[in-house]
Design a protein around this ligand. Sequence first.
Ligand code: GTQ
Ligand code: FE2
Length: 358
Amino acid sequence: MKDDRIEQLLQNFNEANLQPLWTLESDIMPHKPNPKSIPFLWKWEKLYELAEEAGELITLERGGDRRAIALANPGLGGMPFATETLWMAVQWLNGKEVAPAHRHTPQAIRFIVDGAGSYSTVEGDKVYLERGDLVLNPPLLWHDHGSESEERAIWIDGLDIPLTKYLNANFFEPMHKDTQEVNTIKNYSILKYGSGTLKPAWEREKPVYPPMSTFKWVKTEQALLDLAKSGAACPHDDIAMEYINPLTGNPVMKTFSCWIQMLRPNVHTQAHREVCSTVYFVFEGSGYSVIDGIRFDWKQGDLFVVPNWKLHEHINTSNERAILFSINDRPTMELLDKYRAEKYEENGGHQIVTSVFE
Ligand code: GTQ
Ligand code: FE2
């Protein structure tokens, strides 16, 4: 009797577009994060080969605006996203080309693989791009890229496109002309604010976004070498540094953070897991990471993903330094009070490798 009524009730819920919690629990309230994105790795040779071919076949026209090729995590059902919140792409710009000016609500960064005489203009501030530079593009600031040499430039883009899409907060606007006017000398914001520890004394206000658009590689590298010299290191990430707004100490973006880390020769870090997803770009060196028990061998140029709450540790297998650039959505998690982390205590902090990614 009662069973029949329950069955009828469930059917009535369904017809009324209602769903009772007691039939859903483990799906919408899992005991721990259960991301759809999977640990994955993209090899540089393949990315480069395909980007190069795109450089021959695809022109930069309005609509596309950029020759950017996105990492599509196989766990995300064909979406062009590296993780649930992060977009990562390889962008190829031919010599003498212009990627026309536009602006959008997703916030962006570029990490330069080979600048080759190219520039980015962000809200009238024109900066030249060199290997290892990090360029910031806060939300709704106009930007165009161009090349003043005969050679192609190539870089990595990081954006919060998936998060912006999920929040239905996306706006995109092409500019009425291809390139912005530049009224200051080149590299203006770097010259003015690039020291990071000193600022023009007469300026008292705190801009909402970091005052310089670019972190130059020479300074970043020096910071890594100095931190290593200090003897301090993170057990999980070795010589790891977060790019910050020098005027506030906050991560450079509201929704995601940028890191640069040096794994010293033969270092093997301790595994941990965090409520945040990370996309890594191997800037220099070779080694492997163990993510959720899977061994991912990497070398210069490769990109790989650590999804939410997956155990991970990094190993530099060489006698040279290895350098990883990465973006992670930890600032989003922290702003929303959802960040947690846990150390892996078993087995001396090292996971048992159950398979090797091919
Ligand atoms: O360079 O402006 O990878 O607008 C995706 C969207 C790069 C860019 C991307 C973009 C850009
Ligand atoms: Fe853009």
